[in-house]
Ligand binder design. Structure first.
Ligand code: NAP
Length: 339
């Protein structure tokens, strides 16, 4: 066994899947079932990806309701049945070496495969206002599931108007005495069902047309504690203060796409652009899930796109294997292109 748990790793994999979450699990399920030698390479401690920040999933077909953690566990149990191996590493980049694809990690390890599927997802976007960084961990949070229980009986605020903000505000009413949803417009973009649920909850107070300008608080011993928000009504220009004990920021997320060099086309927000097979401009390197440039970001379409990537990778490998010695020759030339 190596230190990170892979028993006698083969020198070469058919498919290396980078990331954590529904897309990588779906890709691994399909390549595992295709009997391809599959390695799932995940960031240490990140198993499940954004699923671990999600309390309940109620919009995945055939599953009425499941917690994010339970879904992550079920995915992992299922892929292990098909011989998929899992290891950990911080990926720093990719290289095309002949007709092999190489994943590099920060400890110098190189994982060599015929194909790579990247499903690295995204991270919460910052609000970028004074006090946000100062009070992070002291009442500023990006994860209601992780931190909500620390705020029993407090007045809370959620910033944002998307699915995450509205859904997590409802979750926070379990703990908070009152939960403001502060949104810069006069309507949320969240799904109607989530909106109805939130608006029907007596603890939720929408604050429309309002932006947060500053987060403030006090020093309590060694710790900092949020006490107020300075907000501005964007229609009237009026500035006021909301006193509270915690603020949860859900203003979208940024793609984990830094590992793709400048040569990879990305959209203006940095999400990676692929073709309809999920293939990037490096043949044999596929991208699926939240890190990919796309119209919607749901578990169901992440799983669907990862399925497409896995099937495309399977066919790519079939063609590669059919060319036989030609591959060996090309590999031996060690034509290396770093991305
Ligand atoms: P999102 O859909 O991008 O929404 C971000 C929200 O934050 C928007 O309401 C936006 O306002 C607001 N916002 C952005 N920048 C801001 C700023 N600087 N100051 C104030 N407000 C700002 O992000 P999300 O809710 O995190 O969701 C991300 C993706 O995951 C979406 O595709 C979503 O559908 C999906 N998701 C799905 C579920 C589910 O199916 N149950 C749950 C969570 C997330 P505007 O509306 O004015 O642009």
């Amino acid at each position: 066994m190596t230190s990170n748990g892979v028993a006698n790793p083969p020198e070469e994999w058919d498919v290396i899947i980078v990331g954590a979450g529904p897309a990588d699990m779906a890709a691994a399920l399909y390549t595992g079932r295709a009997r391809l030698k599959t390695l799932l390479l995940d960031r240490a401690g990140m198993g499940g990806g954004q699923l671990m920040n999600t309390e309940l999933i109620e919009d995945y077909p055939a599953i009425k309701s499941i917690t994010g953690a339970d879904m992550a566990t079920a995915f992992e149990e299922q892929i292990r049945e098909f011989g998929v191996e899992i290891t950990w590493g911080e990926v720093t980049g990719f290289e095309a070496r002949g007709n092999r694809r190489v994943v590099k990690t920060d400890d110098g390890t190189e994982y060599v495969g015929k194909t790579i599927i990247v499903t690295t997802g995204g991270l919460p976007r910052k609000l970028d206002v004074p006090g946000e960084a100062e009070f992070a961990g002291g009442g500023v949070s990006y994860c209601a599931i992780c931190d909500g229980a620390f705020f029993k009986g407090e007045v809370l605020a959620v910033v944002g108007g998307g699915d995450s903000a509205v859904e997590e505000a409802t979750f926070l009413t379990r703990y908070g005495e009152k939960v403001y949803i502060i949104h810069r417009r006069d309507e949320w973009r969240a799904q109607k069902l989530l909106q109805e649920r939130a608006l029907g909850n007596p603890k939720i107070v929408p604050v429309w047309n309002t932006v947060v300008e500053e987060i403030g608080g006090v020093q309590e011993g060694l710790a900092k504690k949020v006490k107020w928000l300075r907000v501005r009504d964007v229609k009237t220009g009026e500035v006021s203060q909301i006193d509270l004990g915690g603020v949860f920021i859900y203003v979208g997320f940024m793609p984990n796409s830094q590992i793709f060099g400048d040569d990879f086309p990305k959209d203006p927000q940095g999400f990676v652009i692929t073709d309809d097979k999920m293939e990037t401009h490096m043949p044999g390197l596929y991208v699926a899930g939240d890190v990919r440039s796309q119209y919607v970001r749901q578990i169901s379409n992440a799983v669907g796109d990862a399925t497409t990537a896995a099937v495309a990778a399977t066919r790519y490998i079939e063609e590669l294997d059919a060319t036989g010695d030609e591959d060996e020759a090309e590999s031996a030339e060690q034509v290396a292109v770093s991305y």
